[in-house]
Design a binder for this molecule. Structure first.
Ligand SMILES: O=P(O)(O)OC[C@H]1O[C@H](O)[C@H](O)[C@@H](O)[C@@H]1O
Length: 433
């Protein structure tokens, strides 16, 4: 990936970052890069994620999924980092696959029943993913899925691949039922695990090029350097950090490709869960071009000066002509293609924000394919780790998510949790029709 941070400079935008400030920040980037490289060299917790391009073994993954290589549908049961990386990859590349990839990453009963009712279970692979093996949503959904397969007379043990940690209930189940399984690599938090088996099992079942994904990521790893002016990932991470420090507390991730819609959701977890600590952090917003030009751009251009817009735009895309029309006002469309229209809309929106002094950054891909996607995933992960160094927070833990988990367990009667008591003590001011 390449980035263009020109529209985030103080000479263009307010808030904006001056070239002098970037030069001063670059000294901190150099230190941060040294810390990152040391963490990678020692395979330290979290930093180990930036070693995945050479650690992940495509052959091992393909061998493990061989029993379900004939699947017409893939049902991934996981949540958070155990689903979004895989979903980003298979949704971005869905046009290249005959396998329908469905993600059960919520416990909405109506939605789960709809998915289980419509899939050909006898030709569906089950990809259950959980690092801990104890996540309530994942285990609940897996129990429901297993039951649905049994009721349909399909042996779920012949359709299931397990990706989990070294120990835990899922590991025990996998061992007990001799299920094909892979390890969530040690030291790699879920939101940083897309380039491990966590994201790559789904990619393999859908027939995508694992080597190309890893090769694109490896090229991004090779670009990591001690200066933001030589490293697109660090340029992005530094600019986002600097804009937040100057008031842009929101970061709208706005890809101009429908196939990258899920990527924006993956980025939201990566950015929020890694940097939202100690009262710090920049709020990620999922947006999509051109759709959100008719939804959110009004706010981005004329609302508070508290947002950075991060565009992701492929240079090449499959295209389709717009038929000629005899409607005078629309005749100009007939000479164009949909791709030309989308590209023109992106350039117009980018310029519109710059003209209003609203900071924005362009993340450029050659196209949306395995190589470029691997580079984008790796690049954003490296940008996030760099930003964590600049914020001086630990980007690899998520302590704040535990409170609600304890409350949930208390509400479901698993034990006494003071958090569950707080639920019953809710302050109410009800307004009823
Ligand atoms: O992979 P698991 O252990 O099931 O965890 C799944 C997800 O839930 C956790 O609560 C964290 O918020 C996420 O970072 C993690 O990816």
């Amino acid at each position: 990936m390449n980035v263009d941070i020109g529209n985030a400079l103080a000479s263009v935008a307010s808030p904006g970052v001056s070239r002098d400030s970037l030069e001063r920040l670059d000294e901190r980037v150099a230190d941060a890069h040294e810390r990152i490289e040391a963490g990678r060299a020692n395979d330290e917790h979290g930093y180990a994620a930036l070693n995945l391009p050479e650690r992940t073994d495509p052959d091992e993954i393909r061998e493990t999924v061989a029993p379900v290589a004939d699947a017409d549908a893939l049902l991934t049961v996981g949540i958070g980092g155990s689903a979004l990386g895989a979903a980003t990859i298979t949704n971005a590349l869905a046009a290249e696959s005959d396998v329908e990839a469905v993600y059960l990453d919520n416990v909405d009963p109506a939605w789960i029943s709809t998915q289980l009712g419509r899939l050909p279970l006898e030709r569906t692979a089950i990809n259950v993913v959980s690092r801990s093996g104890t996540t309530a949503e994942t285990l609940a959904n897996f129990l429901v899925v297993r039951d649905a397969f049994e009721r349909a007379g399909v042996d779920w043990t012949e359709r299931t691949i397990v990706t989990t940690g070294e120990s835990g209930p899922l590991r025990d189940l996998s061992d007990r039922r001799d299920l094909p399984s892979l390890r969530v690599p040690d030291g790699v938090p879920g939101r940083f695990s897309a380039l491990s088996a966590v994201g790559m099992v789904a990619a393999a079942v859908c027939g995508h090029d694992l080597e190309a994904l890893l090769s694109g990521a490896a090229a991004e790893a090779d670009s990591l350097a001690g200066s933001l002016f030589e490293c697109p990932a660090y340029a992005y991470g530094t600019t986002a950090y600097a804009l937040d420090a100057r008031g842009a507390g929101t970061n709208a991730m706005m890809p101009y490709a429908e196939s990258l819609d899920t990527y924006a959701e993956w980025f939201a977890q990566l950015w929020a869960e890694s940097l939202g600590k100690d009262g710090l952090g920049q709020t990620p917003v999922r947006a999509l071009g051109a759709t959100d030009q008719h939804s959110q751009i009004q706010l981005y251009r004329a609302g508070p000066r508290d947002k950075l817009v991060s565009f992701v735009v492929p240079d090449e895309r499959d295209d389709r002509s717009i038929p000629a029309t005899d409607v005078d006002d629309l005749a100009y469309l007939g000479e164009a293609t949909l791709g030309e229209l989308l590209s023109a809309e992106f350039e117009a929106t980018e310029a519109s924000l710059a003209a209003a002094g609203r900071p924005n950054v362009r993340i450029e891909l050659e196209r949306v394919d395995e190589y470029e996607l691997g580079g984008l995933l790796y690049g954003m992960e490296a940008a996030c780790v760099l930003a964590g160094e600049l914020y001086d927070v630990n980007p690899f833990n998520q302590p704040a998510v535990e409170w609600a988990k304890r409350a949930t367990r208390g509400l479901l009667g698993e034990g006494t949790f003071e958090e569950a008591e707080s639920v019953t003590e809710k302050t109410e001011l009800r307004v009823e029709r």
